[in-house]
Ligand binder design. Structure first.
Ligand code: FES
Length: 229
């Protein structure tokens, strides 16, 4: 957000630039976020450019994913937490994946309804029988002594029934294994699942060596039933 009147600076969803120029009054920032130009407002005239750089956010990477937090995390690093709850992710080597498709769906609903629906998988047996034939719903909530398992960091993908390896109708692979060590010949374990999740907003990745690897999030905007989301 621009430090002048708060206009959004990044107009495109991706790309790169040597300078970021606000589309409103053309304040311009360098790649470190330092204010370098403001039309009709020379440095030192009324403001000191050094005091009007972009606000910093905390950034951390894990397995090729970039995570942004508006405040400095107070506990141990995000990467360590995800390593702890989702060790099954490591052999997938998702940092080498390539994006093949992207889609955005705008839902005219309270975002918390969507998150609830996604997580309360007990609706699956009655409403998604084909999916439920391969998915091991009970396995999603298995007991664990990992203290990180049920915090805001959650590990685990979409578990498949014993004897199956993928969420296809017959539980068999829909392609040859593609990801990481499995793509190089390591046998895919029985009932394999891998993924991670960060609460309270749903930032989630689900990964299968054989079929799919979506990475997605639900981001609320507007008013929820108990306040802004
Ligand atoms: S809001 Fe960005 S230059 Fe004015």
């Amino acid at each position: 957000m621009c430090r002048h009147r708060g206009h959004s600076i990044c107009a495109e969803p991706k790309g790169n630039k040597r300078r970021l120029t606000c589309p409103y009054h053309a304040w311009t920032y360098d790649q470190q976020g330092k204010l370098v130009a403001a039309p009709s407002l020379d440095d030192g005239d009324y403001i000191d450019y050094a005091e009007w750089g972009l606000k910093k956010v905390h950034v951390e990477t894990w397995q090729g994913c970039i995570f942004i937090a508006l405040r400095e995390p107070t506990e141990k690093a995000l990467a360590a937490r995800l390593d702890s709850v989702a060790p099954q992710m490591l052999p997938l080597e998702i940092e080498h994946m390539k994006q093949v498709a992207q889609s955005t769906k705008i839902m005219n609903a309270n975002w918390k309804i969507l998150v609830e629906n996604y997580h309360e998988c007990c609706h699956g047996a009655g409403n998604h029988p084909e999916l439920s034939a391969a998915m091991d719903l009970d396995g999603m909530y298995e007991e664990t002594d990992n203290p990180d398992r049920f915090t805001e960091f959650y590990g685990g993908g979409a578990p498949v029934q014993p004897g199956m390896v993928s969420l296809t109708k017959d539980g068999q692979p829909a392609s040859q294994p593609l990801l990481g060590e499995y793509g190089r010949g390591r046998p895919v374990p029985d009932a394999f699942n891998a993924g991670f999740e960060i609460w309270p907003m749903l930032t989630k990745g689900l990964f299968s060596p054989c079929l799919w690897a979506p990475l997605w999030g639900v981001h609320g905007r507007g008013r929820g039933v108990d306040g802004d989301a």
